[in-house]
Design a binder for this molecule. Structure first.
Ligand SMILES: [Zn+2]
Length: 287
């Protein structure tokens, strides 16, 4: 893996302006933290790829014909796949759609279809992409020249992607209390929601948040009045700014799927933890 290969086709300005891959993350803070890591990343170390064709557990699962499918079969990407991916802009959602269409063989016992992939939770899509990455390039991701936030030394780290925590849905009701005592009932986004949320390329983060809340607030309940109002773009816009942030924080903090954003490792020289937040986009930098 040469540094020059990594430099190709990776423009931070585009990335910052374009849609973020995970709508749940705090894009500004996460990107700032990540860029430091990524500017000098040399991509994954050579490692023997896992045998092609492997079963992957899904953190959430998808119901197909009344049966909850909790696993999927994925395969290693080939040169033919690489050619197909090279024709799609990697800053677009389509890049990841294409990646899943190529790398996912089946969901449960069902052969995969584009509609099924869109119906998956983002959590499961991310888990599948992580598995495809490991099957294709191995589990090691090398991060070179990371600045330790405590002692400022530049350090190289190797992340083992096979140890990333896969979190399921939170137990109990997915809801948060609003400032006036109402409850917002929430659900986590699917691939279809993600497509909707990231459709407007020039959207501001407030507009993106509205699109997210439109999809992920299922209804707002006023217990005293016994009223339930279904979520909509209008409902999302009428929420107070503080309530919107409470909901977004809940969705970010409890998001199921691979916990790439919370990766960290100890810097041995100073003994302090170094955060190494990653997105799904970062684990495919070598493609
Ligand atoms: Zn340090």
């Amino acid at each position: 893996m040469s540094a020059e290969k990594l430099a190709y086709n990776w423009n931070f300005d585009d990335q910052a302006a374009g849609p973020s891959i995970n709508p749940m993350e705090n894009a500004t803070a996460a990107n700032a933290a990540m860029q430091q890591v990524l500017v000098n990343s040399t991509g994954p170390a050579p490692a023997p790829p896992l045998p092609s064709g492997s079963q992957v557990p899904l953190p959430v699962g998808i119901e197909i014909n009344g049966t909850l499918m909790r696993d999927a079969e994925i395969r290693e990407l080939t040169g033919a796949d690489e050619e197909k991916l090279s024709k799609v802009s990697r800053s677009s959602v389509r890049f990841f759609d294409t990646l899943l269409k190529l790398g996912v063989v089946s969901l449960g016992n069902e052969p995969v279809t584009p509609a099924l992939l869109k119906g998956l939770y983002v959590a499961d899509r991310d888990a599948l992409m992580l598995a495809i990455r490991i099957a294709t390039f191995g589990p090691q991701l090398e991060l070179v020249g990371v600045s330790c936030p405590t002692c400022r030394e530049l350090v190289d780290f190797t992340v083992d992607l096979s140890t990333v925590e896969l979190r399921g849905l939170p137990a109990g009701e997915t809801r948060v209390e609003l400032r006036d005592g109402r409850w917002a009932y929430l659900r986590f986004p699917t691939g279809e929601d993600q497509e909707h949320i990231l459709a407007a390329v020039d959207a501001t983060s407030a507009e993106t948040n509205t699109a997210l809340l439109e999809r992920c607030v299922t209804y707002i309940e006023s217990p005293a009045a016994g009223i339930r109002v279904p979520g909509s773009a209008d409902v999302a816009r009428r929420l107070g700014i503080a309530d919107r942030r409470t909901i977004l924080m809940y969705l970010a903090d409890h998001a199921p799927g691979p916990q790439l954003m919370s990766l960290s490792t100890e810097h041995e020289a100073c003994g302090e933890e170094v955060p190494l937040p990653l997105t799904v986009a970062d684990i495919f930098l070598d493609l």
